[in-house]
Ligand binder design. Structure first.
Ligand SMILES: C[S@@+](CC[C@H](N)C(=O)[O-])C[C@H]1O[C@@H](n2cnc3c(N)ncnc32)[C@H](O)[C@@H]1O
Length: 254
């Protein structure tokens, strides 16, 4: 019998607080890297920031509020604002939030995004004046791009559950990650544009594992579909879309 059992693996998994600490340090150090890769990430976003049922770029039908969870330098938040959403964007890295707040943007259609600093699961956020800023509404669109995989199991489920809880009736959440051959999680190095590496916690999911994570957490209140794309380096990404059903909506996709 192998000396490494599932329970040994679980025992070796660090607690959530240690992971959050390590990841916060890592993303503080990675802020410049995100600013430098902004244009690449926006080109990839044109592929996945789409209505998966209609195939059209995601835009609010009328007035629409969007939440970007783990917004980094604000690239996607500004794109959503240009598309007409009123955007709230959260990140726990003060360096990322500073870059996002300082970002300039060509002719936004709506208001500038509101950037709030705080840890997503902890749920305490602060605005630019340092005042408490709660997420006290439901959103037509909730974006968690490259976010869920930063949490050790079972906190990844908590993140999906909390994000889904913020989706308005008829609204949509999207969750994305890279697709991997095997499921594992650990501290892995992320290499910056300047070639130096920083360690942060990262889960890897085969396609079906990530799809099941969202589908099982969402339950019957949501309709689920997914989309495969490739980023600028050819890495495969999976985006899972969860649309909250209207009351009495039949049990089938639109
Ligand atoms: C992998 S980056 C993804 C950035 C962006 N969503 C994108 O797709 O380019 C993850 C971002 O989430 C932030 N983040 C990580 N863990 C967080 C947490 N627990 N609460 C809030 N923000 C967090 C990091 O600071 C970082 O900016």
């Amino acid at each position: 019998m192998s000396a490494v059992t599932t329970s040994a693996f679980v025992a070796l998994r660090p607690d959530l607080a240690s992971v959050l600490d390590a990841n916060l340090n890592a993303y503080q150090a990675l802020a410049d890297h995100y600013q430098e890769t902004s244009a690449q990430r926006l080109r990839h976003a044109a592929q996945w920031l789409r209505d998966p049922w209609r195939g059209t770029p995601l835009r609010p039908a009328a007035a629409g509020h969007a939440l970007d969870i783990g917004c980094a330098d604000g690239a996607h938040a500004f794109l959503l604002a240009r598309r007409g959403y009123t955007v709230t964007a959260v990140d726990f890295s003060s360096r990322m939030i500073d870059l996002a707040r300082a970002r300039s943007t060509p002719r936004p259609r709506g208001p500038r995004p509101r950037f709030v600093e705080g840890e997503f699961l902890g749920g305490e956020f602060f605005d630019a004046a340092g005042e408490a800023a709660s997420l006290d509404r439901k959103f037509e669109l909730v974006v968690a791009n490259a976010f869920v995989h930063l949490f050790p199991k079972p906190a990844d489920e908590d993140v999906v559950r909390r994000a889904l809880g913020l989706v308005a009736t008829g609204g949509m959440a999207l969750f994305s990650t890279t697709i991997e051959d095997i499921r594992d999680e650990n501290f892995f190095a992320k290499t910056r544009m300047n070639g130096t590496a920083v360690e942060r916690w990262r889960g890897h999911y085969p396609k079906d594992d990530f799809l099941s994570l969202v589908r099982d957490t969402a339950g019957d209140a949501f309709v689920i579909t997914d989309l495969l794309t490739a980023d600028m380096r050819g890495k495969p990404w999976l985006t899972v879309f969860a649309r909250r059903r209207h009351v009495n909506e039949p049990d089938r996709p639109r």
